[in-house]
Design a protein around this ligand. Structure first.
Ligand code: HEM
Length: 493
């Protein structure tokens, strides 16, 4: 019979654990797990949460998440900002399963593999604009790449002109989901960003309207699937709920894939031996001699480096839920209605599962060691019914983006002695002090002397363009000749 009192994490009067979480949430959650056990209380201002942590919490979430946890309360604030009553994130039970069925194809790994050429083209175009030998903040540069990739390829519209507004809007909303920010409504900057996101939404819908769809003749994407669901069952999926779902592709990668790539860049720059292995694979992928799917499967070091990045630097180290039904956990009774935080990433830092957890070691994932295969210890994409639907997509996107960067440029940290500083809001990410410099360009067109990858004719053309236009313009001219470079909207014109 579970009766004992749940211990409370030490915190400050009034603010509780706000500063601990803002400093380093994974350290706070892990330290308290080690000190207090798998269940403890914490406070963020006036909100109290019961934290469930450790491998036992992950097991419980995976096995009993559907019955005992509800997502609605945590995400309903975000729904309200979009004017939606429901969303995939906030839905539970049968309704939630129906949403996932609709989104599955557009967010799948297969869809990402099919569009990997487009992802690489977008990354190349952005990297071509990176300044030479000047410090550049890594996270915003990566955000521009990944939101453009997901927006263009999953929703048919490039969000490039909206980038700053998207970042302002999404960061505002996600932060408000965690700590209420009523003043956002009156912030001129946020209101402007919100109006611009509306414009983007209308562009997306316009681009998928009947006549446009027929005209561009492109294969259906996620937005088409959402519009079909709305047409088939407008009561279940009304127009008022469409905006939030349609903006999903622009939001999903912004603070997840971009921050993961930034953490990975940091880790690779600190581990030159791993960087070399990953770069060799990137060069094979980008040489284009092997079909993309095959080359992707051969990127073993890349895959393991991404896994290790997501273990050490998980961008979603916890999930928030409401207890839908009372339950017992680790000797304690959690009553229905309790706000629960499941600290899914805590096992990532426990040495009994991952020896020397502070060491970046990609050999953990070799078949001989397979540390991540111990049940419920590795959960970068969450667990249970809401486990990330875009996990396969994200893995392909991370590999394609990192491969293109490593293939195209030699990078240095801005300061050789730099040691990582993070921000935790809205999700953990390297902060603006993480800057890199382009030391040199590797994937530049080579006139005559090295005719690859265009062959002899390409080399002559490349040489002529190179001489006449300069390196950047020549690269851009070549890229624009590639059919994969044409976005869906360009094709529709
Ligand atoms: C490193 C990259 C990513 C990480 C770490 C990540 C992590 C997560 C996590 C932890 C959740 C569960 C949230 C919850 O349970 O409350 C989630 C949900 C989701 N993610 Fe991701 N995500 C990533 C990238 C992506 C991408 C690129 C896409 C789409 C292209 C995507 C689409 C989704 C969707 C649609 C859901 C909602 C699933 C549901 O509620 O059933 N994610 N993600």
């Amino acid at each position: 019979m579970a009766t004992s009192t749940i211990p409370l994490a030490r915190g400050l009067p009034v603010v509780g654990n706000v500063f601990d979480m803002a400093r380093d949430m994974r350290a706070f959650l892990t330290d308290n797990y080690q000190e207090l056990g798998p269940v403890y209380g914490m406070r963020l201002l006036n909100r109290r949460f019961t934290v469930l942590a450790g491998v036992e919490a992950n097991r419980f979430l995976a096995r009993h998440g559907t019955k005992h946890f509800r997502s609605f309360e945590f995400w309903s604030g975000l729904n309200a900002w979009f004017g939606a009553a429901r969303s995939t994130l906030s839905a539970d039970g049968a309704e939630h399963a129906a949403f996932r069925r609709t989104l599955k194809r557009g967010y799948s790994r297969e869809y990402a593999v099919e569009h990997m050429g487009g992802m690489i083209d977008i990354a190349r175009r952005e990297i071509a604009a990176w300044p030479q030998d000047r410090p550049m903040a890594a996270v915003p540069a990566l955000q521009r790449i990944v939101t453009d990739q997901v927006g263009t390829l999953v929703a048919g519209v490039s969000p490039r002109p909206y980038n700053d507004d998207l970042v302002c809007y999404v960061h505002g909303l996600l932060s408000a989901t965690i700590v209420p920010r009523p003043y956002l409504r009156w912030s001129p900057r946020f209101r402007r960003a919100s109006a611009r996101v509306d414009e983007l939404y209308h562009e997306v819908i316009e681009c998928h309207s009947g006549t446009m769809r027929e005209r561009h003749g492109a294969a259906p994407d996620l937005i088409d699937d959402l519009l079909d669901l709305h047409e088939e069952d407008p009561k279940f999926f009304p127009e008022a709920d469409l905006k939030m779902a349609a903006m999903g592709p622009f939001v999903a990668a912004l603070d997840t894939v971009a921050s993961t790539c930034a953490f990975m860049l940091y880790a690779l720059l600190r581990n030159p031996d791993v960087l070399e292995k990953v770069r060799e694979e990137a060069d094979t992928l980008l040489a284009g001699d092997v079909p993309a799917e095959q080359a992707l499967r051969k990127m073993d070091a890349m895959h393991r480096a991404a896994m290790e990045t997501m273990r050490m630097y998980p961008v979603t180290p916890l999930l928030v839920r409401t207890a839908a039904n009372s339950f017992e956990f680790a000797g304690h009774r959690i009553p229905a209605g309790e706000q629960v935080m499941i600290a899914t990433a805590v096992p990532h830092y426990l040495s009994e599962f991952f020896p020397e957890p502070e060491r970046f070691d990609i050999d953990r994932y070799t078949p001989a060691r397979a540390e991540h295969k111990q049940p419920y210890v590795y959960a970068p994409f969450g667990l249970g019914p809401h486990r990330c639907l875009g996990n396969g997509f994200a893995e392909v996107q991370i590999a394609a983006t990192m491969a293109t960067i490593l293939h195209e440029v030699d990078l240095d940290p801005d300061r050789a002695d730099y040691s990582l500083k993070t921000t935790q809001m809205p999700l953990p990410a390297p902060d603006e002090s993480f800057k890199v410099r382009v030391r040199g360009r590797r994937g530049a067109p080579q006139p005559l002397a090295e005719p690859k990858p265009w062959g002899a004719l390409g080399a002559v053309l490349g040489g002529a363009l190179w001489g006449a236009l300069g390196a950047e313009a020549a690269r851009e001219a070549f890229r624009s000749l590639s059919p994969a470079h044409l976005s869906r909207r360009q094709l529709s014109r």
